[in-house]
Design a protein around this ligand. Structure first.
Ligand code: NAP
Length: 246
């Protein structure tokens, strides 16, 4: 573990798991949690990426494909004292509704919804025995409203936004808070392959007229996980440069 550069109440000394924590938004959140004093476990499908990311933030890496329930179970056998959990694993699946194979609808639900809820439930079981904890499920502005070409991805994120509310209510009695973080257009590997024309069109709707950075998602996530948000649960924080204000 690295020495925290700015210890944060509610984060310092706690064990945090970040799925999808090996690059992009997840890695930025994992790094910020380590800076705030957490013992961070980063996770993704690739062993080597986990090792590399763990090295970069001074944490641990455990490979886990969130689509595979046995792998999620293994993750929570390796880590037994999770008090902070961030479900950030994800990938996009653009395509118009008429062209999308049913298997793609199912795959997006497995990664973004079932996989995230599976991890959150296992984390909550550990948190309950430890006196409480805090969970952030990374959703998307595309799960908050209709957007052509996002049927599979957006529906899975909408389902996850619903889970934020249900889990927050069910687990409040166990001192477990559950919140959502809905990023807008963020510059990561996920958005880098988008054709320039599509990117420009999407960004033209953002009042701040630019994409966000992964680091700009870390502050909102740390806030939601920390004691600064001790009375905040069941909320989804939108971080989108003003897009949803329209
Ligand atoms: P990214 O840079 O491509 O990172 C995605 C991360 O998820 C990687 O660590 C990847 O590692 C991991 N991952 C993918 N599939 C996985 C699986 N089945 N099991 C475990 N890990 C898996 O993407 P990002 O933009 O940072 O996205 C992070 C999250 O933010 C996603 O949930 C995404 O939907 C959400 N989001 C992104 C944006 C945006 O504009 N970028 C906007 C709204 C929401 P491996 O490939 O090695 O497994």
């Amino acid at each position: 573990m690295t020495t925290p550069t700015r210890a944060v109440a509610g984060i310092e000394g706690k064990v945090a798991i970040v799925t999808g924590g090996t690059r992009g938004i997840g890695l930025a959140i994992a790094g910020a949690l380590a800076d705030a004093g957490a013992e961070v476990v980063v996770s993704s499908r690739s062993e080597s990426s986990c090792a590399e990311a763990a090295d970069a933030i001074g944490g641990r890496g455990v490979a886990c494909d969130v689509q595979d329930p046995a792998a999620v179970e293994r993750l929570f056998q390796v880590v037994t004292d999770c008090q902070l959990f961030v479900a950030c694993a994800g990938l996009s699946s653009p395509g118009l509704a008429r062209d999308l194979p049913l298997s793609e609808l199912e795959r997006m639900m497995q990664v973004h919804y079932t996989g995230a809820v599976d991890g959150a439930r296992r984390a909550a079981a550990q948190m309950k025995t430890l006196g409480g904890g805090s969970i952030v499920l990374v959703t998307s502005v595309w799960g908050l409203g209709g957007q052509p070409g996002t049927l599979a991805y957006g529906a899975a994120k909408a389902a996850l936004a619903h889970a934020v509310k249900v889990l927050a209510i069910e687990w409040a009695r166990d001192q477990i808070r559950v919140n959502g973080l809905a990023p807008g257009f963020i510059d990561t590997d996920m958005t880098s392959e988008m054709p320039g024309g599509v990117r420009d069109k999407l960004l033209s709707r953002v009042p701040m007229r630019r994409a966000g950075t992964p680091e700009e998602m870390a502050g909102p996530a740390v806030f939601l996980l920390s004691d600064a948000a001790a009375y905040v649960t069941g909320h989804t924080l939108v971080a989108d440069g003003g897009e949803r204000a329209r």
